[in-house]
Design a protein around this ligand. Structure first.
Ligand SMILES: [Zn+2]
Length: 249
């Protein structure tokens, strides 16, 4: 068992929250009960995850994508009302960590995706050093990399071919990091793996020779929050479970 306050303080220091400029608040987003025994983790604070956490008798929900983002108009109506009403009625804490969870060198999304795929990072790149770059066990082709991602993540990736070179230097950044492609190219990558692709990346891949792979926003961001949930369970003697709700994006 632990307290809400102890868990929030621990996560604030562990993830270095103050070092990041982010698109939404990191930490406690919705205050619930003071004591935490059971923790549910998930990628996004959707209504479905909140309902599943209530059914699982969670005291706190830990997510990568919280409820509040820059650009929202701030009204508590519609879907926002639904989600908040459920959380408040059940007195459940909602804790969200976005970029600090992508970046953490051991428990973060990028570190954990590298672990799942057997990639060793030897450098960082891009804004706020969120991107990871390194090597796998051996150079491979784009099709081999696609097959490996398909098997590991259970989702068919979108491949934008480069010049067909053997892929030795692998750069990656989970989620919607397609805007980091040029920074990955500048860092010396042969391929950049992220969650999503937008229209320009296919042209950049063809013209620079550096391949681009979109392996799924949700699929690439499932691992950080799981590692963090397991860490908290050990640290505070909690029970915890990860609830994976499929997402096509
Ligand atoms: Zn994301």
């Amino acid at each position: 068992m632990t307290t809400r306050q102890a868990m929030v303080q621990h996560l604030h220091l562990l993830l270095g929250v103050d070092r990041f400029k982010d698109y939404g608040p990191n930490g406690l987003q919705v205050e619930g009960r003071g004591e935490i025994r059971h923790l549910v983790s998930g990628v996004t604070a959707s209504l479905a995850l909140i309902d599943a956490a209530i059914a699982a008798k969670a005291d706190a929900i830990l997510v990568h994508h919280g409820l509040f983002w820059r650009g929202q108009d701030g009204r508590v109506t519609g879907w926002m009302k639904q989600r908040l009403a459920r959380l408040l009625a059940a007195d459940i804490n909602l804790l969200a960590y976005h970029l600090p969870l992508d970046a953490h060198a051991e428990l973060g999304n990028n570190a954990q995706l590298g672990r799942v795929l057997g990639w060793r990072a030897d450098g960082r790149f891009g804004e706020q050093e969120l991107g990871f770059i390194g090597e796998g066990s051996a150079p491979c082709s784009l099709d081999e990399l696609g097959a490996r991602l398909n098997m590991a993540l259970g989702r068919t990736p979108v491949l934008a071919p480069g010049d067909g070179r053997p892929l030795r230097r692998l750069a990656w950044c989970t989620g919607g990091a397609q805007g980091y492609f040029e920074a990955a190219i500048a860092a010396g990558a042969d391929v950049f793996v992220s969650g999503e692709i937008s229209e320009p990346q296919a042209h950049l891949a063809a013209e620079t020779g550096v391949a681009f792979v979109a392996a799924g926003h949700h699929a690439t961001e499932r691992y950080g929050v799981q590692a963090l949930g397991q860490h908290l369970a050990r640290e505070f003697g909690l029970s915890q479970q990860f609830i994976d709700l499929p997402n096509p994006a």
